[in-house]
Design a binder for this molecule. Structure first.
Ligand code: URA
Length: 433
């Protein structure tokens, strides 16, 4: 078999056989197939797509390229969650403790920030002392004790995805349904949970910009999960506007704790509750309505917040910062951006706002850059809000004073103030089961 022939087949829109997909992925992971041939293939897939059978086979081979984690040492049904990536999307920090407080088991491996989107592992590392690397036994013991553990992805989880993702990132082939679906689902299948809840983001800050594409992606991933014997549900949620008000690592931890204390922003609280109720539903805790009531109670009685604090202590973190936010490292520089006219916020480009947070130091400019945990933005006005000239639109936080000018410019480009109040978009567009 020759990779050249497989590229030619896909270039002409033909279907790859199981053996060809296995040859291609195995050869790429062990270095026999070079990056330049694989980039030609990913571009051919970008243009010509794959059928359901090809996507399922690709996902299976990618999952099996590394460790397939056996979670049977953890008692009870395990439920995983994955977001396709967004700006201000800190829902894992909220839904995992809610689900754990209600008796679900969340043994979750999360990723780091990617491009303009944040990552759960970076957010967790903003908590002083918190260990995102645990060995298998510590991971299982923490879930058995707290009902949850949030850690970074182990080195050998779906290595085919790791290599392919890095290639796609620099060859403009990230935004392809077969490639995103196989990337996400290979990691979820390898991570071993019984059930999977997918949060598929749609809008300007998401990889999928249109609702139609987001629904197609959700249906593809649900079919892969169910085909592999995992109960899988997807929610399509809005990412045209950032979620909540805080963007940046410690700012997002603080806002998540506010939700767990019952005083978080309405949009973030609602999306988190819908995700949590679906995770509880998947592990068989009752009807959606019953699961919703359980999730709300876990916030109201403080049990979700206490569950998160217990996990943080168990993983070496200082949970006193979660009760007294002043103890987080504070950004030395901050600046408000003021409205230049009266009107309504008619557009917030979430991707550009995410890029603003990267400029301030909250994300990585290059793969090896350090993160500034205190950097980021707190929005004061969101899509649809009325503003008066001179109102503060946002506060920018950073340790790099020189970045404030560029950040302000980019933020102004991302936010449009118009004359007519726009109609608000739904927070959750659809549920795919
Ligand atoms: N997240 C992933 O893990 N993979 C993708 O391809 C896109 C988002």
């Amino acid at each position: 078999m020759r990779m050249y022939d497989l590229i030619t087949k896909k270039k002409h829109g033909e279907v790859l056989t199981d053996e060809e997909i296995q040859f291609m992925i195995t050869g790429y992971v062990n270095g026999e197939i070079p990056d330049y041939q694989m980039s030609a293939m990913t571009m051919a897939i970008w243009f010509n797509g794959m059928n359901d059978h090809e996507i399922t086979e690709l996902t299976k081979v990618m999952a099996q390229s590394g460790d397939m984690i056996d979670l049977s040492a953890i008692a009870g049904k395990k439920v995983d969650k994955h977001s396709t990536g967004g700006v201000g999307d800190k829902t894992t920090l909220i839904v995992a403790p809610i689900v754990a407080a209600c008796g679900g088991k969340v043994a979750k491996m999360s990723g780091r920030g990617l491009g303009h989107t944040g990552g759960t592992v970076d957010k967790l590392e903003a908590i002083p002392g918190y260990r995102t690397v645990l060995d298998r036994k510590e991971f299982f013991d923490t879930v058995n004790k707290c009902g949850m553990s949030l850690i970074g992805q182990s080195g050998n989880l779906a290595p085919a995805d790791k290599k392919l993702y890095a290639l796609r990132d620099v060859t403009a082939t990230v935004d392809s349904i077969p490639l995103i679906a196989s990337s996400i689902m290979s990691k979820k299948l390898a991570a071993g949970s019984d059930c999977i809840l997918l949060d598929v983001k749609t809008g300007s800050g998401a990889f999928m910009k249109t609702l139609d594409d987001s629904i197609k992606l959700a249906q593809t991933m649900v079919a892969i999960g169910e085909g592999a014997g995992r109960r899988t549900v997807a929610l399509i949620t809005d990412m045209d506007t950032p979620l909540g008000f805080g963007i940046g690592n410690s700012l997002e931890v603080i806002e998540s704790m506010d939700v767990l204390k019952g005083r978080g922003p309405a949009d973030l609280t609602e999306v988190s509750l819908q995700l949590a109720e679906n995770m509880l539903y998947l592990v068989g805790k009752g009807t959606i309505e019953e699961c919703r009531a359980m999730a709300e109670k876990a916030i109201a009685d403080g049990s979700a917040f206490e569950t998160f604090c217990t996990m943080v202590r168990e993983q070496g973190g200082d949970d006193s910062v979660l009760r007294d936010y002043e103890k987080f490292a504070q950004a030395p520089y901050k600046q408000e951006v003021l409205a230049e006219r009266d009107g309504f916020i008619t557009k917030m480009n979430a991707e550009e706002i995410g890029e603003t947070s990267v400029i301030l130091g909250a994300g990585r400019e290059t793969k090896d850059s350090d993160i500034d945990f205190s950097a980021g933005l707190v929005l004061h006005k969101k899509f649809g809000d009325a503003v008066k000239k001179g109102d503060s639109l946002v506060t920018l936080y950073t340790s790099k004073e020189a970045s404030l000018k560029d950040a302000e410019r980019l933020y102004r480009e991302a936010v449009v103030i118009g004359d007519t109040q726009p109609v608000k978009e739904p927070l959750v567009y659809a549920r795919v089961e």
